[in-house]
Design a protein. Structure first.
Length: 633
């Protein structure tokens, strides 16, 4: 139901930032943030049964005592039915070059008794992917060196169990516990038949696997004290990921054999404690003081072994590949909101973040950072159907701990050098958001922004290689649109077109050439549109959709590469909403015959030299048939 709200797009809470910080998502449940990240509000929505929903409110975020909320926010209000109810879903998928799967399912239960409510979810979401096609290897002048016929498959099993408890006694206190545990086991395989010009036919084989588990436990408790309310939030998250990559290359007669084996074990953890005290909500004014402490770590153990011919694998030295990265972070903020005029409201937040980053193992380093942060926003209700929101924000970026660790990509023949001197980005962003209700015609939200970035994390030379590192400055501008247009006024009852579009431009100075270029690998545009019609006075619905995106090139020390997926992904479906009380859907995916293309140039020494090799890949993955059933009980 939330996904079908005109002009509204769900933003999740898990934006890869460490800690909770100020609100990032735009979904609340009973007026509260969910004390989870991978198990946040979006996931909690899937465990709410429709018959337990009292109402869905689309309101301005400034109406809640939650710092960071602005613009349209959905608040799902549920009741405490003293009975158990649930939903179920099942799906099966069929596609070229892969066996079908039948084990996609989801079972969600919810219920309550008095002041206590609960939810439970069991989910299995397997992944299947495959593509195949030719790849051409040429020299810098375009002369063919080798042709490859490649076949890639991806198969992954993902399963999770999650649940929550909510306690709302008559005294006004509110308590919540959320938990989630999951496993993720992907297996990738790429087989290439190689046909070098003037050489013998050969084979390349790459296999990659992971055996990941992760778990998260979050809780919050809120109660009245003094003139306001105090809320305390805690979260513990753990993840463990052993990874194994194997690569083998040889001629079909067994000559020129080489083998490589890369193994890495990642252990991650996050611990957060946050307190928020809100008070003074009267005469259109409110205050909140928040303090947060967090501890995060990533520990990597890695090894690379190689062999030529039939000899045993020999260890290869990897610098900065066995290391532990830790961050201790604290922040405090004061937020004030007030109603300036009946149609104009403002929010101001001022905060400070202090963090200590330390690394041990192959590299030892300890650094401390102090960064100001905060925002100011104005919300103007121009009339009943138009709202304008402007926001100026100072953000402190969150480092990716994997940037500190060296790694190897056996299939691509490259990798990255870990950087122990990397520092967090600092970003000034000015945005303007317009929310327009067109009545019977639908609704739309448009946002434009511009960002000035200091110490941006990009790709930089490190020793004889390259890896993530900081550049002095960069800028980015962009526009985002979410719109729903109803076709009833045009004489097409029950039909609507939903549209989501994003466009970005950016500039940074390349650390190798000194020339300006876009930020590495950033999105240029993303487009998604769907036409759906629920045929009146029937149980039938149908739809057709299309998705397309484009990204910038990715620059390394001695490579430039680009992924593309022309002409885009299209699909069509038909739905019956009463199959013995259940809803069934048949979807045919990739009706536009999207391809997975890749282009890469490899230079002599660095991008300042001549092009040695060009790779051009075109892979087709065919159509996808999905059968789905869902219902309630």
């Amino acid at each position: 139901m939330v996904e079908r709200i005109p002009g509204f797009a769900i933003q999740g809470d898990n934006n890869n930032q460490r800690g909770f910080g100020q609100a990032q998502g735009n979904v609340l449940i009973n007026g509260q943030r969910v004390s989870g990240k991978s198990n946040g509000a979006v996931e909690a929505l899937g465990r709410i049964v429709a018959q337990n929903v009292v109402r869905i409110e689309l309101v301005d975020g400034s109406q809640f005592d939650i710092p960071g909320l602005s613009g349209q926010v959905v608040n799902v209000v549920t009741n405490g039915l003293d009975k158990t109810s649930g939903t179920w879903k099942w799906a099966s998928r069929f596609r070229d070059n892969l066996p079908p799967y039948y084990n996609e399912f989801n079972i969600a239960l919810s219920g309550g008794k008095g002041a206590l409510g609960w939810t439970f979810e069991l989910d299995s979401s397997p992944e299947r992917g495959a593509n195949n096609g030719p790849e051409y290897i040429t020299d810098g002048q375009g002369n063919l060196l080798e042709k490859r016929l490649e076949d890639f498959t991806h198969a992954a099993e993902y399963a999770s169990v999650a649940g929550s408890l909510a306690w709302k006694p008559a005294g006004g206190a509110v308590g919540n516990i959320n938990a989630r545990a999951s496993i993720y086991e992907p297996d990738n395989k790429e087989v290439s038949k190689t046909y070098p010009v003037g050489g013998p036919e050969g084979r390349r084989l790459f296999k990659g696997s992971e055996d990941e588990w992760n778990a998260e436990l979050g809780a919050d408790y809120e109660f009245g004290i003094g003139p306001g309310r105090l809320k305390t939030i805690g979260l513990v998250r753990r993840e463990y990921s052993p990874i194994t990559d194997e690569f083998l290359r040889a001629n079909i007669d067994g000559s020129d054999l080489s083998r490589s084996l890369f193994q890495q074990t990642i252990d991650e953890g996050e611990y957060i404690l946050r307190s928020e005290y809100a008070f003074g909500k009267f005469a259109g004014r409110d205050w909140q003081i928040a303090a947060e402490g967090a501890f995060n770590y990533l520990e990597a153990t890695s090894s690379l072994r190689e062999a030529e011919g039939i000899g045993p694998l020999q260890a290869v030295d990897l610098s900065n590949a066995n290391s532990r990265v830790e961050e201790q972070r604290g922040e405090i903020s004061v937020t004030h909101g007030r109603q300036i005029l009946p149609s104009l409201s403002a929010q101001l937040s001022v905060g400070m973040e202090v963090s200590e980053l330390s690394q041990s193992g192959d590299v030892s380093n300890v650094r401390t950072f102090t960064r100001p942060k905060g925002y100011a926003s104005l919300s103007w209700q121009a009339d009943e159907s138009l709202k304008l929101i402007t926001r100026l924000e100072r953000e402190v970026g969150q480092l990716d701990f994997f940037d500190f660790i060296s790694s190897v990509n056996l299939n691509a023949g490259n990798g990255q050098t870990g950087n122990s001197e990397i520092v967090p980005e600092q970003i000034w962003t000015l945005s303007l958001q317009t929310e327009k209700d067109f009545g019977a015609w639908g609704a739309a939200t448009v946002k434009v922004f511009g960002s000035s970035i200091e110490d941006i994390v990009d790709r930089v030379p490190i020793g004889d290689g390259d890896g993530p590192g900081n550049l002095d400055t960069a800028w980015q501008i962009g526009a985002e649109v979410d719109a729903t247009f109803k076709l009833d006024p045009l004489g097409v009852p029950g039909a609507e077109i939903s549209f989501n579009g994003e466009w970005y431009d950016s500039e940074v100075t390349d650390p190798l050439t000194g020339e300006t270029r876009p930020i590495n690998g950033n999105t240029i545009y993303y487009l998604f549109s769907e036409l759906r019609q629920d045929i009146p006075k029937t149980n039938w619905a149908w739809g057709i959709g299309f998705e397309r995106s484009k990204s910038n090139r990715f620059y390394r020390l001695s490579e430039v590469s680009l992924e593309a997926h022309p002409p885009g992904f299209g699909y069509v479906y038909i739905e019956d909403k009463d199959i013995f009380g259940a809803t069934g859907r048949i979807t045919i995916g990739n009706i536009t015959n999207q391809n997975d293309n890749f282009w890469r140039e490899i230079y002599d020494g660095s991008r300042l030299g001549d092009v040695l090799i060009r790779e051009t890949r075109e892979r087709d993955f065919g159509q996808i048939l999905t059968l789905r059933l869902e219902g309630t009980f």
